[in-house]
Design a protein around this ligand. Structure first.
Ligand code: AQP
Length: 331
């Protein structure tokens, strides 16, 4: 069975974008792949997080993974810092990455271009940690959103360089970019990705939002003055985004949905989108509340970490032997 690896970094409350672009797909994939999904708490702190809020977001993320349908029997689920080999290999990867490569990473470049101040060194080197996350487990596939593809490509370059220098060690992973739902946009600003750390409450649907609030957010989504529902991302980005959400959650194509709503008003369409979203999130919230009551997160994370650590430890030892820094048998 091919192995797939992914993660979410709960820098805030998880959004509908995280669900559609990532978690929902992990749930589908867990039947066909050996899934490894972790909570990327080290990646969270590349930008300052208020500690108590971060703890809450991390626990919620673990519960939401399960509430969305990730099954600990099928998926290895753990907290990144419970397997310290991530940080260990991350450092080794940084020693095998050129500054020029990191300078080309668009996420960091964009922040620099915006003149953001106080950017951390961790944010600059995080693609090295991400490479380690993937290469530790010899993942065949990494499902990613649009903007993460570049990082998987860098991972391949680092792995290839390492293999050339030290002999075959790492499997080269393939990025897997889905077609529908790969970039859900803000409801009140369809030119920007729905992002949990943007502090844009009106534009984001959070998975733990009150259902009435979700409905209101969708009903007030920004649209346009054309008055016709068409699949036209350039002229009608708001409508396109709602079509994308509806399509991702129902597996009906955007074209079919647009045809169904031909001649109908935006209000009616938004109501239908809200119905679909609320129905899906209501199920997730119900299960989330059960999981919190059952108090099972601790056991699931501990078991996942044990499994992951076995694989990661073996890999790091192999790497350290190859590069010459391991001089004795560690138990
Ligand atoms: N709006 C989105 N549409 C589709 N997919 C999305 N993902 C995130 N937002 C959307 C996908 O969720 C996975 C986990 O993402 P992440 O939390 O590790 O990082 P991110 O992509 O940087 O998410 P955010 O919400 O934008 O976080 P911040 O604000 O902290 O930078 C990824 O597969 C991602 O593509």
């Amino acid at each position: 069975m091919k192995r797939m690896l992914s993660a979410v970094k709960p820098t805030g409350k998880l959004t509908l974008g995280n669900y559609i672009g990532a978690i929902r797909n992990f749930v589908k994939y867990q039947n066909d792949y050996e899934m490894i999904v972790f909570i990327a708490n080290l990646h969270c702190i590349t930008v300052y997080q208020e500690p108590e809020e971060l703890k809450k977001n991390l626990k919620d993320a673990a519960a939401l993974y399960m509430a969305c349908g990730l099954d600990p029997e099928k998926t290895t689920m753990f907290l990144q810092t419970d397997v310290m080999e991530h940080a260990e290999l991350g450092y080794i990867m940084a020693c095998n990455t050129y500054l020029g490569e990191l300078n080309r990473m668009t996420q960091f470049k964009d922040k620099m271009a915006k003149g953001e101040s106080g950017l951390s060194a961790g944010l600059y080197t995080y693609p090295c940690l991400m490479a380690a996350d993937i290469l530790l487990y010899d993942a065949d596939y990494v499902p990613v959103g649009d903007d993460q593809k570049q990082h998987v490509e860098l991972t391949r370059d680092i792995a290839q360089r390492f293999n050339n220098r030290y002999g075959e060690t790492f499997k080269l992973p393939e990025p897997l970019v889905q077609q529908v739902g790969k970039r859900i946009m803000m409801l009140n600003d369809p030119y920007h990705k729905m992002s949990k750390s943007e502090n844009n409450d009106k534009g984001c649907i959070y998975l733990l939002d009150d259902l009435n609030v979700i409905r209101k957010k969708i009903m007030s989504a920004v649209t346009d003055s054309y008055g016709e529902i068409k699949v036209d991302q350039e002229r009608q980005p708001g409508i396109y985004n709602l079509l994308e959400i509806y399509s991702a959650l129902t597996d009906i194509s955007k074209e079919e949905i647009a045809a169904e709503f031909k001649g109908k008003g935006y209000g009616e369409f938004k109501k239908a989108v809200a119905d679909v979203v609320v129905q899906e999130i209501e199920k997730i919230q119900k299960r989330y509340n059960e999981i919190i009551k059952e108090n099972i997160i601790e056991d699931v994370l501990n078991e996942g970490a044990l499994k992951a650590h076995k694989m990661a430890f073996k890999k790091v030892k192999k790497v350290e032997r190859k590069i010459g820094i391991d001089i004795h048998k560690r138990k």
